[in-house]
Design a protein around this ligand. Structure first.
Ligand code: FAD
Length: 315
């Protein structure tokens, strides 16, 4: 494990600390830092960022920021925000044919509520799926830490009975993921493959970056050889290249898979990929609860930390 792995671990631990969260959120964080990765606070901000992306031929998936909600009303408010967002996207003609879909974290719609969490999250996610179907688009359920993997995949299965287009996310850093890819590589199955963004123990996850990359390639091979719709979520140029080579090897048409990146990361490369006729979808987070999301982005690139710390002290 090298110094940057250690810094990454420390930052991911900070993303879970309430004390640090309160201090950072209250600090005069320069808008530039948050604005780089987050579309804004309101539905209209998400819609206008998406319109800009569509103008450069990029697709979008929008995430309402927030996680680990333990209050039933808050979970219902998040559900309603997604429904309002889907209506606004329809109004702006941005959702049709899946051009803009939504990404939902189950812990934001109730999964973390004691006892009935899974049922509450399923009901709320179902309401979002109904709104998405009406808008002519899809929903992907984000994947959170490994303690939620089985429950999240169970919810994906339950939703797919009525909405077969619901997408799942698998994280290459988990030892189990290659087997999950085999289970989910069937016809019609939409699977987003990412490296994984949480601090996970050695018992369940590869700790070394090189091992995560090798696992990512093994998972890509399974998904690209399968009959599903792979969504390749990475900024890693080597993995993008390997994904495209595998797609070619399996005679996949350009519309039978897509590449995905996060808002604000490798923007020029996103445009370049879209210009070359590949499907490029950008993950667009919006909302007030940006802390956990932002710290995970900083952990991915420790060079950003200096920039972030400077912004905490400048006005
Ligand atoms: P890395 O090895 O981290 O990065 C490769 C290169 O990309 C870096 O060298 C750098 O040039 C650039 N880069 C990467 N991150 C940054 C950054 N923050 N700032 C600047 N440059 C950067 N994770 C989950 O656990 N669950 C999810 O549901 C989930 N959904 C995602 C959806 C999408 C569309 C994407 C793109 C990622 C998602 N992730 C999710 C995050 C993912 O797991 C990784 O943490 C993140 O994508 C970084 O990994 P990477 O593959 O880009 O590779």
């Amino acid at each position: 494990m090298d110094a940057s792995d250690l810094l990454r671990g420390a930052l991911l631990q900070l993303s879970e600390s309430d004390t640090v969260r309160r201090a950072v959120v209250a600090a005069p964080v320069s808008r530039a830092v948050v604005d780089r990765y987050v579309a804004g606070e309101a539905v209209e901000d998400a819609v206008s960022t998406t319109a800009d992306l569509r103008a450069t031929n990029r697709l979008a998936t929008i995430d309402h920021l927030g996680e680990d909600v333990t209050d039933r009303e808050q979970a219902a408010r998040t559900r309603d925000t997604y429904i309002a967002l889907l209506e606004a996207l329809t109004e702006a003609d941005l959702a049709r044919y899946g051009a803009t879909e939504v990404s939902v974290k189950l812990s934001a719609v109730g999964q973390s509520i004691p006892r009935d969490g899974d049922a509450i999250a399923l009901d709320n996610a179902r309401a979002v799926c109904e709104a998405a179907e009406k808008a002519g688009t899809t929903v992907t359920l984000d994947m959170e830490d490994h303690t939620t993997t089985d429950r999240t995949l169970e919810t994906v299965r339950a939703l797919r009975a009525d909405f077969p287009w619901v997408g799942a996310v698998l994280q290459a850093y988990l030892h189990r993921t290659e087997a999950d890819c085999r289970d989910l590589a069937g016809e019609g199955s939409r699977v987003r493959l990412c490296k994984g963004a949480y601090k996970e123990p050695e018992s369940v996850a590869f700790q070394d970056g090189a091992d995560v990359d090798l696992s990512y390639v093994r998972c890509l091979k399974v998904l690209m050889a399968g009959d599903g719709y792979p969504m390749v979520a990475t900024h890693d140029p080597r993995l993008v290249e390997i994904a495209q080579a595998l797609a070619g090897h399996h005679d996949r048409r350009p519309d039978s898979y897509e590449l995905q990146m996060l808002l604000g990361i490798r923007d020029l490369e996103q445009k370049r990929i879209a210009d070359r006729g590949h499907q490029m979808r950008v993950y667009v987070p919006f909302g007030r609860d940006w802390y956990g999301y932002l710290v995970r982005r900083l952990a991915e690139r420790p060079a950003n930390v200096r920039f972030f710390l400077r912004s905490l002290t400048s006005r």
